[in-house]
Design a protein around this ligand. Structure first.
Ligand code: UT7
Length: 322
């Protein structure tokens, strides 16, 4: 049986940090409110850099950690909802930047904040089926470009960044299972207000802004993530105590705490980056994963549960023996 296995991770945060205090002068908010309601203390901002620029740094670090040549990568899947262009896909642009000319497939996956888990699931299935041997999976976002800086309900939440990992075919597990789902009834609770074929005039005039009915999204997210934890463990005949680390999407500390509670997991076993990064959408899980691998918390053999929830709604999980 062929599995896919993580052989290297990397991440990148643009250097410009925006603190909660700085946001107090933009909208009617306070550092105390943001910290108490979300756990966020600061976020990084890409300024002129694009999702491709951030992805390139993260990918190079992951490839270096994996000890692979760039030409070994025969598949690139990128989770992003803030692509550089309508096309080529950001994954194709990344393949070009990396100088990979082996004809492997490269494409983006748009599943909002679940984008990385979706991309990981796709790449894992390509490797399991034998269609790919070595895949680069990336989450890269410039969410600050989608902010309405007059909307305090959203502009304090999001940040920019990128994370990546290299997966290789292996007889040894590896990614134990991935689970991805969506329910397309929820556009009104979380969306970006314009695109190419709808409200294009808005895109050209005012721009496209992320809109969210935060409190309603919060409730669905907590319930849905609780259910996916059960689904993932049941599929692998595992119990809560088998999981060493929870590596969640970093939207809100209170959502993460609810999932940890569901797993009876102490917060010391949860990788948290939400305070420093804010919600970086598709980038948040690979950023958190790379952080905890590089600082030595996550060790080879540990069992990791990754989970995410985002616009669509989309949600997903991955259970991994690292
Ligand atoms: O990653 C994709 C999925 N996204 C999420 O998972 C995000 C889910 N939602 C959330 O994280 C939370 O709902 C928020 C952090 C967005 C909001 O927290 P909340 O506890 O649900 O607050 P709320 O929306 O119920 O608002 C409570 C109050 C309101 O004032 P009133 O109506 O009670 O007077 C808001 O206007 O807090 C007010 N408020 C703020 N006050 C200060 C909203 N944003 C702010 C702010 N500063 N930035």
């Amino acid at each position: 049986m062929t599995y896919s296995r993580i052989i290297g991770t990397g991440s990148y945060l643009p250097p410009h940090i925006v603190t909660n205090k700085e946001l107090e002068s933009r909208v009617d908010t306070t550092d105390e409110w943001i910290v108490e309601r979300t756990g966020i203390r600061q976020r990084h901002m890409a300024d002129d850099a694009t999702a491709l620029d951030l992805a390139e740094f993260a990918a190079l670090r992951a490839i270096e950690a994996a000890g692979k040549n760039r030409e070994d990568i025969d598949l690139i899947v990128m989770g992003t909802s803030t692509p550089d262009l309508v096309f080529p896909s950001t994954a194709c642009l990344l393949q070009g930047r990396l100088g990979i000319r082996n004809g492997g497939a490269a494409f983006d996956v748009n599943a909002a904040c679940s984008g990385f888990v979706y991309a990981l699931s796709v790449a894992d299935n390509f490797i399991r089926s034998g269609a790919s041997k070595c895949a680069l999976v990336v989450g890269s976002e410039v969410m600050t470009r989608l902010m309405d800086w007059n909307d305090r309900g959203t502009c304090v939440l999001f940040g920019d960044g990128a994370g990546a990992l290299v997966l290789e075919a292996s007889e040894q597990a590896g990614i134990l299972s991935t689970h991805i789902h969506s329910d397309g009834q929820y556009e009104s609770l979380l969306n970006v207000s314009a695109g190419i074929s709808r409200h294009y005039e808005l895109l050209r005039s005012e721009g496209a802004f992320l809109r969210m009915r935060g409190n309603e999204v919060f409730k669905v997210a907590v319930n849905t993530l609780g259910r996916i934890v059960d689904e993932t463990l049941a599929k692998n005949n595992m119990s809560k105590t088998d999981v060493d680390w929870l590596v969640p999407h970093q939207a809100n500390i209170r959502i993460i705490q609810a999932t940890a509670k569901k797993l009876d997991m102490p917060m010391e076993r949860v990788v948290l980056t939400v305070a420093e990064h804010g919600n970086t959408s598709s980038a948040s899980i690979p950023l958190a994963l790379d952080t905890a691998i590089r600082d030595g918390r996550i060790q080879r053999g540990d069992v990791l549960l990754l989970e995410a929830f985002g616009g669509g709604f989309t949600w997903g999980s991955a259970l991994i023996r690292y």
